[in-house]
Design a protein around this ligand. Structure first.
Ligand SMILES: CC(C)(COP(=O)(O)OP(=O)(O)OC[C@H]1O[C@@H](n2cnc3c(N)ncnc32)[C@H](O)[C@@H]1OP(=O)(O)O)[C@@H](O)C(=O)NCCC(=O)NCCS
Length: 261
């Protein structure tokens, strides 16, 4: 599902593609990684290891030697020189998305189950105008859990932001807009093909595929520490599919052709 929301420069791998069993994945951790996760519960160790196995497969596909991916300051994954990337794990799905650093400045990806946020969480993770918008569109288009989508867009924003700034970004520090893709073309009743090859079905079931774009407007000091331009606006994509909802942000390098999917 995540491949649909990432441009070709970004190599995405999910756990289902690996054809590995969990024992092999756990055994493949580098000692420095195993040490970082040694005290965690089994589920967390498995998520950590699967996400890294996905990342190493992405490195192989990018033609670079694979190596350890440790957790750096504030949990940021530390990539081998020349790479940028992002990891995510949720119930039943772990994934990595990596790209060459000379083409892509930063990537953020977040995947969650496609379910409503728990009561009260929307207010905690949104600006008042975002929450009002979510309530309005939810009444109009109930096939997407817009509250969860907003949440994934914020987390993807943070994952793209942090490596470039090394600063915290709170949920109130970026304003998100979400736009579903315009749907054109014929399909079976209730299903239409969108501009990006995705499909939308008006029934809210696990086979529904809905895609769209997102924009995060940064509301705090946008200074980056990587020597690149200020981080004023992040553009990204989102998808609902197979019971999951995912958001991606990809920041291209100035002077490199657009990295839109
Ligand atoms: C860090 C955070 C975004 C992770 O999201 P999550 O849904 O809890 O977890 P996911 O499984 O999707 O992602 C976990 C991965 O995020 C990555 N991550 C953690 N901290 C990170 C950071 N500071 N910068 C970049 N990536 C980070 C790690 O790779 C981690 O995997 P690992 O622990 O196996 O290495 C979240 O826990 C958090 O702290 N959110 C608050 C900040 C925020 O979202 N602000 C909104 C800004 S608009």
């Amino acid at each position: 599902m995540i491949h649909a929301i990432l441009p070709p420069e970004v190599v995405a791998v999910t756990d289902a593609e690996l054809g590995l069993d969990e024992a092999a994945v756990l055994a493949s951790l580098y000692p420095v990684e195993a040490e970082q996760i040694a005290g965690a519960v089994a589920g967390r160790r498995a998520d950590f290891a699967w996400a890294r196995a996905c990342a190493r497969e992405a490195m192989t596909r990018l033609g670079v030697p694979s190596g350890p991916i440790v957790r750096g300051g504030r949990g940021m994954p530390v990539w081998p020189p020349g790479l940028v990337g992002t990891l995510t794990h949720t119930d039943g799905l772990r994934a990595a998305a990596l790209a060459p650093a000379d083409r892509v400045r930063s990537v953020g990806l977040d995947v969650e189950p496609h379910e409503a946020l728990a009561a009260g969480v929307l207010e905690a993770v949104s600006l008042p105008e975002e929450a009002a918008w979510v309530r309005a569109i939810s009444a109009e288009m109930g096939s997407v859990h817009w509250d969860k989508l907003l949440f994934t867009a914020k987390e993807a924003t943070y994952k793209a932001w942090f490596p470039l700034t090394r600063r915290w970004l709170g949920f109130e520090d970026a304003h998100i807009t979400l736009v579903p893709d315009l749907r054109r073309g014929a399909g079976r009743a209730g299903t239409r093909q969108d501009d990006h090859g995705g499909h939308r079905d008006d029934n809210d079931d696990a086979t529904t595929v809905i895609t769209g774009s997102l924009r995060s407007r940064i509301l705090v000091d946008p200074h980056a520490v990587d020597g690149g331009p200020d981080l004023l606006v992040f553009d990204g994509r989102w998808v609902v599919r197979d019971g999951y909802i995912a958001s991606s942000i990809v920041l291209g390098r100035p002077g490199v052709d657009s990295v839109g999917p």
